[in-house]
Design a protein around this ligand. Sequence first.
Ligand code: EPZ
Length: 421
Amino acid sequence: MDKFVIEGGHPLSGSVTVSGAKNAALPLMAATLLQPGRYRLNRVPRLRDTATFAQVLEVTGATVSRDGDSLIIDTENCANPEAPYELVRQMRASFYVLGPLLARFGRCRVSLPGGCNWGPRPVDLHLKVLQALGADIELDGGYIVASGQLHGADFTFPITSVGATGNALMAAATADGVTVLRNAAREPEIVALGEFLQQLGAHIEGLGSPTITLTGVQQLSAADATIIPDRIEAGTFLIAGALAGEKVTVSGLDPEHLTAHLQLLEQAGVALEVGTDAITLSRPGQLRPTDMTTAPYPGYPTDLQAQWMALMTQASGSSLIRDEVYQDRFAHLPELLRLGARITLHENAATVVGPAALIGAPVMSTDIRAAAAIVLAALAAEGTSEVLRVYHIDRGHEAIEKKLAGLGAVIERVDDRGGRE
Ligand code: EPZ
């Protein structure tokens, strides 16, 4: 298993370009199952998760090939509406195939995803909304077996769910009649999925608002799309700049998708020059402690919570960080403590006291964003850190060591045989 060897304390400067969004690429890849045809998705990041999702599509009978930054997906000959446990357990987003496979084939068999490193990740809302749309749902040996002809429904999500909204959009696009989804997710990645479905011919109103209305259509047709920029990768690099940057420009992003993060960075004392698709920042003289609570979009994203925690270890005072989306998403905390951070946790609220002098050490990745956070902290630490099990970060941050090295970071990927790549 590869590790990163990072020598902290080197100032970052220059420009880095963000990749396409993992969390938009995955649902759009799933949506190609809805209608047989040939699709070209541009700016698909090279990640473990997009590779795993390609395997999920191939199990159904689709073909997936890469052409530079694009994926060519042909779903003409899909005939096996199934997603096996060995793939779904690697990546719970595989569950996105449930809606489109059910809509296209009238039946499908998709493994339950199981939990992840920070706790249970239920899928009950996915199942409830599909049942409202007319699906019969059974549990068979760890697999969801769904069947039935789908019809419109008026469904209110008891809590906002990105994935369940995505599955519902794909299932309702060709359902018979009108579907209203209330308390629906407003994340840019879900808006992008809805806009892709519109390109395929779906009739959808209200994307980006809490109430989305779909009028089912009989026929869709294949289309191409370009994946939106990854706002979480962009937000992570902005924090790298705030932590260790002299003057860093993050380009290829959409500032509109980052308003909560930009607002908090400015509250913390980071000066930002915000352009149409790039943001330049320089490390502030002093970081102000800044409390943060996560919320569904447009609130502060839980996927930047760990990274914000790493930043607040350097603020001059005490910050309270609360995760209201995932109450137990704090696996990064013990690793930050190993580097010398001063953090205490009470239920889903962490108190970070800074500035803490961080000293390099061997640290363990536990999930995608926790790994990103400890890489950031290692950049600010004195001395050398070894970040182990970086396959976690490879799931969601394309070539992060190359991009950070391009900004002047001293970071190397070492495989477990000691070879430097
Ligand atoms: C998506 O996961 C993202 N993944 C996650 O990013 C992100 O953290 C999350 O949204 C929240 O923004 C992808 O887009 C592939 P949810 P998802 O359903 O859809 C509860 C990353 O690092 N819930 O919006 O699984 C759930 O437990 C990943 O890229 C139910 O109770 O998240 C959570 O508390 C990590 N029942 C809340 O809703 C359900 O059926 C929000 O989860 C579904 C969710």
